[in-house]
Design a protein around this ligand. Structure first.
Ligand code: ZN
Length: 287
């Protein structure tokens, strides 16, 4: 599933390729995505010019003139594909084909159809149900140890579950949560409420570093994710634990383990990320 670095890669490519173009017409496949694409979608988009490409967490926001925003989420397998010239053949699973007045085209392709395409009045975005419940964006607002610690106050989830909770932090998913916790040297099962201040500083630092490096490498390629030009992302070679069960830890050589947390895989190194004894209420703080 695409996470913040993959979506940011798409946003940058959209910004570089489609801004300023005017939509001539839109053709839909007629199939429903996570929710049906509204029938009036082509009519409302036709004639509008693309002004800005923004992102919050895993949501992409394409602002159009006339105060309208095209909101999209890639779901499990969605992608935007840009064609400077109209291709001769249409590939399968293209659910929206946006044709610009200059002959170029932008396609939304989504084989598994968990993606989302909606039109929202730009002024209403802050109250939109897709966005209103999201936490802060860790690239737009890089976290400090203090911000993470404050967010985790009283949290009854594991630190892995905390990083994945989109209502607290928007955009981190399974890949980058595992990577951040390995680099921070923390067992993913540790209770978020029990993480000490110095460790939050480390987690904040590694969150900024992992996301920044992944964006630099255009994200991680998995299953169908590709950049706008149909190229794979380059961060896969950098992964330290994700999807490396049984392979040696790049830091210490210990075999990477896989566990299941909240019905999702977590990958970690038992030596670099040792379990700490749970602190009972009232028990002395472990040294
Ligand atoms: Zn290790």
């Amino acid at each position: 599933m695409p996470e913040l670095p993959e979506v940011e890669t798409v946003r940058r490519l959209l910004e570089a390729s489609v801004l300023g173009r005017t939509i001539r017409a839109v053709r839909l496949s007629g199939q429903r995505l996570r929710k049906p694409i509204p029938r009036d979608f082509p009519r409302r988009l036709a004639g509008r010019r693309l002004l800005a490409a923004r992102r919050h967490g895993k949501y992409l926001l394409l602002d159009l003139d006339g105060g309208l925003t095209l909101l999209s989420h890639l779901g499990m397998s969605g992608r935007w594909l840009f064609h400077p010239r109209a291709p001769h053949t249409v590939t399968p699973h293209v659910h929206a084909c946006i044709r610009f007045t200059d002959g170029s085209q932008l396609w939304f392709q989504d084989p598994r159809r968990f993606g989302l395409l909606r039109l929202v009045r730009t002024e209403r975005l802050p109250a939109d149900p897709s966005l209103a419940g999201l936490g802060f964006d860790p690239v737009a607002d890089p976290p400090t140890g203090a911000t993470l610690q404050a967010l985790a106050g009283g949290a009854r989830v594991s630190v892995k579950g905390f990083l994945l909770d989109q209502r607290r932090i928007a955009g981190i998913g399974n890949i980058y949560a595992s990577e951040i916790l390995h680099r921070a040297g923390l067992d993913p099962r540790t209770g978020a409420g029990a993480v000490r201040p110095a460790r939050w500083v480390t987690i904040a630092r590694e969150t900024r570093a992992v996301l920044g490096e992944a964006i630099e490498r255009c994200g991680t390629t998995f299953s169908t994710y590709r950049t706008l030009w149909n190229e794979p992302g380059g961060y896969g070679d950098e992964l330290r634990v994700y999807d490396r069960t049984g392979e040696p830890c790049r830091a210490c050589g210990t075999a990477i383990r896989r566990i299941v947390q909240g019905a999702r895989s977590t990958f970690y190194c038992p030596r670099c990320q040792p379990a700490r004894p749970a602190r009972r209420p009232g028990a002395p703080r472990p040294r």
